[in-house]
Design a protein around this ligand. Structure first.
Ligand SMILES: Cc1ncc(COP(=O)(O)O)c(C=O)c1O
Length: 270
């Protein structure tokens, strides 16, 4: 990616303390989605200026907490959230989360859960202005493990439009947070390269260096997918959507119950 893009690790992807330590020691910044994640990162001695509170809908108690701990950069996507920020942390620096207009193939889609449309943006930004709040940029998430790099072209075009709308309302926005979505498994190096090339080119076209923006990315999967294996003990199985690819008829699990029976028979017969 462009050398100017700073990396903010998404804590929700893996809260392992050893990992957070390594990232903190390497000078990474952190995307935290909750008070608990922020506490975990602050406990490592990370400066509050290296944290983005990246959840557009926050409990008011958490807003009072981050004000005390001076974590000032945070996301929002509604007028309602602005009213909450106004009463709890009026000097916060706010990133408007926008919703991708087009759905591209991603392993995990947010399906419209967060973010406002470009059409809603003027009203929300005007409300922020009327409330005298400080909107400093735009953020988004294209969906996790994106397959098609064009997803970034499309959302960066939307971001440009929102930057221009914000200027007409009186905000000189300086931060563009391009979120996560990057693949991280061992066999995805080529795809990662393709995606980052598209991002770099589009950023150069739409947000020329003279604008002096701070551009940040929030990779999660990219950092942890090939470094960790999640182990879970499956205790039962019920297919409610479509048969799973592996062990379609559940016979493997039944075999395991048999093994368990023998294990427990042995254990309790001693
Ligand atoms: C706001 C935000 N940023 C970053 C991430 C990390 O995304 P990914 O693992 O796709 O890189 C997530 C994941 O849900 C997220 O919600």
């Amino acid at each position: 990616m462009q050398t100017g893009i700073s990396c903010v690790s998404a804590v929700k992807c893996n809260t392992d303390e050893a990992l957070l330590h390594v990232l903190a020691d390497m000078g990474a910044s952190f995307d935290c989605a909750s008070k608990e994640e922020i506490e975990a990162v602050l406990k490592l001695g990370v400066s509050p200026t290296r944290i983005v509170y990246a959840h557009p809908c926050k409990p008011i108690s958490s807003l009072f907490f981050v004000k005390r701990r001076e974590v000032s950069l945070m996301t929002f996507d509604t007028v309602n959230e602005l009213h909450k920020v106004k009463v709890s942390y009026a000097s916060a620096r706010l990133l408007l989360r926008i919703l991708p207009e087009q759905e591209f193939d991603a392993r995990f889609k947010f399906e419209g859960r967060y973010g406002c449309s470009v059409t809603e943006a003027p009203k929300i930004l005007q409300s922020a202005k009327d409330l005298n709040l400080n909107v400093v940029g735009v953020c988004f998430h294209v969906g996790s493990d994106i397959r098609n790099p064009e997803a970034f072209i499309s959302i960066l075009q939307q971001s440009r439009t929102v930057f221009d709308i914000a200027r007409t309302i009186g905000f000189n926005m300086k931060i563009l947070d391009i979120g996560g979505g990057f693949p991280g498994q061992k066999n995805t190096v080529r795809r990662f390269k393709e995606i980052t090339e598209v991002i770099n080119k589009t950023l150069l076209d739409l947000f020329p260096p003279e604008e002096n923006l701070e551009i940040i990315a929030e990779p999660g999967r990219y950092i942890v997918a090939s470094a960790f294996t999640l182990v879970a003990n499956i205790i039962g199985k019920r297919c409610y959507k479509k048969p799973a690819d592996v062990d379609r008829d559940g016979s493997k699990l039944v075999e395991r119950y048999e093994k368990d029976r023998r294990k427990y028979d042995d254990l309790f017969s001693e």
